[in-house]
Design a protein around this ligand. Sequence first.
Ligand code: ADP
Length: 171
Amino acid sequence: MNENNAPLVILISGTPGVGKTTIGTLLKKKGYSVIALNDFILFNGLYYGYDHFRGSVILDVEFLKKELRTQIINYSNLLFIEGHTTEYVPKQLVSLIFVIKCNPRILRKRLIARGYLKRKIEENIQAEIMEECLLRHRENFPEKIIIELDSSDIKPEEIVNEIMKSIDNIS
Ligand code: ADP
């Protein structure tokens, strides 16, 4: 917890399929608080509607930021927020960001296994190649708090260990 009694907020982001949910589940099993941002958005109705072409919700960004500010103070110590759009978490609240990456060939296999439509798979592969998630976070947060981790060849448990080691270094 920091001096304002707010929790230390750690973001875990990346293109769909890189392993964010898997990492979040492992962190929960270890007893940590984890917000899955997609669930948070749906549960709290923080969207205008659904974009059928893109297959995703149309976010109400201002409402999302407001709701995060309100709800984050209910947590103590360490809070992980995992999701594709974590760049909308208010900057002042965030201590560290992990952008998970994945080799596009491996990512494609994971997205095919998930049953995504071809168009959606290619859109996500393109986003991964262009490092869109990383760039969005770089636009919103200082470079020094962003850490890239590659999930292509290591187990989710090892990624969690890397995350915890980095957090130990800042707290
Ligand atoms: P995201 O939440 O980023 O969309 P998921 O956690 O749902 O990604 O993972 C997508 C798929 O990839 C799942 O089938 C999961 O089991 C698998 N996966 C996740 N991380 C790894 C990893 N480090 N190595 C191999 N497979 C992984």
